[in-house]
Design a protein around this ligand. Structure first.
Ligand SMILES: O=c1ccn([C@H]2C[C@H](O)[C@@H](COP(=O)(O)O)O2)c(=O)[nH]1
Ligand SMILES: [Zn+2]
Length: 152
């Protein structure tokens, strides 16, 4: 029963990811409270007013690439939250949180994390290390069907 619920919120995270303009990796995040109410959503995008014509999504030039400008999906979801605290909330994200997002997630008092994709770099290793240390469980969400098509 719970597996179905987690899949439902993860599908919403996948749908949210489709709003991202990142040509390489679209990430979506949905945060849900103890009563299964959605309290926030977010996707990776440039900050408000930082337009895509001036700031580019490519990553060829390390001194002027998207990574310097983009707000991560989790950061947007945490910033956009519709209540004072995320204490005891569950965070669904399509890509495992990087170390910067993980620090923010821990500070927000999120209770647990579900994700789909993962990466091997040091940033993600550090995330896992911090989450294990503070006791925030994280679990891969298995989706029986990864192909979803929505008009967003
Ligand atoms: O925790 C995370 C980590 C990454 N993202 C976003 C940031 C970027 O827009 C992409 C990653 O781009 P790559 O070209 O695949 O490195 O994912 C995020 O939202 N949350
Ligand atoms: Zn991040």
């Amino acid at each position: 029963m719970d597996a179905k619920k987690h899949q439902h919120f993860m599908k919403l995270a996948l749908m949210t990811a489709q709003r991202s303009k990142d040509p390489c990796t679209q990430v979506g995040c949905v945060i849900v409270d103890e009563e299964d109410q959605i309290v926030s959503t977010g996707y990776n995008g440039f900050p408000i007013g930082v337009d895509d014509d001036t700031f580019r999504w490519d990553k060829e030039d390390p001194d002027d690439c998207k990574h310097l400008y983009v707000v991560h999906a989790e950061m947007n979801a945490i910033t956009n939250k519709r209540r004072d605290t995320l204490h005891n909330c569950t965070l669904y994200v399509t890509l495992f949180p990087c170390n910067e997002c993980t620090k923010l997630i821990i500070q927000s008092r999120v209770k647990r994390i579900f994700y789909i994709d993962d990466r091997d770099s040091i940033s993600y290793e550090v995330s896992r290390k911090m989450l294990r240390f503070v006791g925030i469980p994280f679990e891969k969400c298995e989706l029986p069907e990864r192909r979803f098509e929505f008009d967003v």
